[in-house]
Write a protein that binds this ligand. Structure first.
Ligand SMILES: Cc1ncc(COP(=O)(O)O)c(C=O)c1O
Length: 379
């Protein structure tokens, strides 16, 4: 079934098509000049010293763990209310994810107080996820990290250009990881980026992305190098030029697209204020946010069953989602079970409503009035 209002819509036009075609015609389609340019522009936009383009964000998180020295036997404190890739990355390096709760129904980011409670002599790092593009409490998290000598890996998949006290998300911890999966703010189909300010981490990230080899095909094709050594166990985590060319077009559109989302969010806030059964997380935030998704949480007083509300919205042509089924409830993490009361409540009561820049005021009014009448019937 095609929804009247989907959860997400691509903002592609002829520019992305032309960028891909031009790259194919150029004769160089693997990692090369377009990828170099994509990295340079991305780093500049974030005010980060370095960026390395990668196949996706999952591998960015994996490299983030390696670059932060996370190894077998270590523990990494992370949220459970995140996409499972944040947690799986901890497992890739044979370390143990230790789940911390989120702050509250109105703030779905990891709770620094719970982080502090979960620190042991094995803790090596904290992985944070900026939910929907809204910043975690980075002052408190960096203070804890500095006090206990821990690294901070930012999963900033939801937050390109989002800010925390004037800094861009992804540039505050040791490394920041971004996704360009098709439904993200920057879409290249699949794709990712890792950013950092540290020169040594940057050099190592470039090695690890391509088998630990000291040069890449493009450098050899251009005569900058004629041979290579393999200096450590790396991977093929490369991004290639066709997708980087699309990414460059997406970067040009990004600020404008995010500004439109800010307006869409303001319409939602106005319309949903008339529905007492709904909590809008981060409603009081004023810093610039990517508004990657628009989650709402049903209040404890609301009698409605979340999944029934979703079914009824779907029947009215409005697609919804759940961000996220909590990772600590998945079978694979059965050994890591811990009580996370806020995460568990939110995971049962959260609905993600449509969010993209071309949504109209009428769309938002329709979503809000449909939701209002569904909830009124549940009283
Ligand atoms: C919070 C978060 N982390 C990690 C990922 C993984 O990104 P990718 O699909 O690029 O590997 C995603 C993407 O869905 C995400 O939303």
């Amino acid at each position: 079934m095609d929804y009247k209002i989907p959860l997400f819509d691509l903002n592609f036009d002829e520019q992305e098509v032309e960028a891909a075609v031009e790259t194919i015609r150029s004769g160089w389609i693997s990692t090369g000049p377009k990828t170099n340019e994509f990295e340079k522009v991305f780093a500049e936009m974030l005010g980060a010293k370095h960026a390395v383009a990668l196949a996706n964000c999952t591998v960015a998180l994996h490299l983030g763990m390696i670059l932060c020295g996370v190894e077998e036997g270590d523990e990494v404190i992370c949220p459970s209310l995140t996409f499972v890739a944040t947690v799986n990355a901890v497992k890739y390096v044979r370390a143990t994810p230790v789940f911390a709760d989120v702050k509250g129904y109105g703030d779905l980011t990891i709770d620094p107080k719970d982080i502090e409670k979960k620190i042991t002599h094995k803790t090596k790092a904290i992985a944070v996820m900026h939910f929907g593009g809204h910043a975690c409490d980075m002052d408190a998290i960096m203070e804890i990290a500095n006090k206990h000598n821990l690294k901070v890996i930012e999963d900033a998949c939801h937050g390109p250009l989002s800010e925390y006290k004037g800094k861009k998300l992804g540039t505050i911890g040791s490394v920041g990881c971004f996704s360009f999966f098709s439904n993200k703010n920057i879409s290249t189909g699949e794709g990712g980026m890792i950013v950092m300010n540290d020169e040594a981490l940057f050099d190592r990230a470039k090695l690890l992305r391509s088998h630990g080899m000291t040069s890449m095909s493009y450098e050899r094709a251009k005569g900058h190098s004629t041979a290579y050594d393999v200096v450590e166990l790396g991977y093929n985590y490369r991004m290639e030029d066709i997708r980087s060319a699309i990414g460059l077009v997406q970067l040009k559109k990004l600020q404008g697209d995010l500004e439109k989302r800010v307006t869409v969010r303001s319409w939602y806030l106005e319309e949903l204020a008339a529905i007492p059964e709904v909590i809008v997380p981060f409603a009081d935030r004023t810093e610039f946010s990517s508004n990657y998704i628009f989650p709402i949480v049903l209040t404890p007083e609301c009698k409605a069953v979340r999944d029934e509300v979703r079914d009824q919205l779907h029947a009215q042509g409005i697609q919804t989602s759940i961000h996220y089924p909590p990772a600590h409830k998945f079978s694979i993490y059965a050994d890591n079970k811990v009580p996370l009361p806020v995460t568990e409540y939110v995971a049962e009561r959260l609905i993600t409503l449509p969010m993209y820049s071309s949504l109209t005021r009428e769309n938002i009014a329709y979503i809000a009035s449909t939701l209002k009448s569904i909830l009124a019937d549940c009283k």
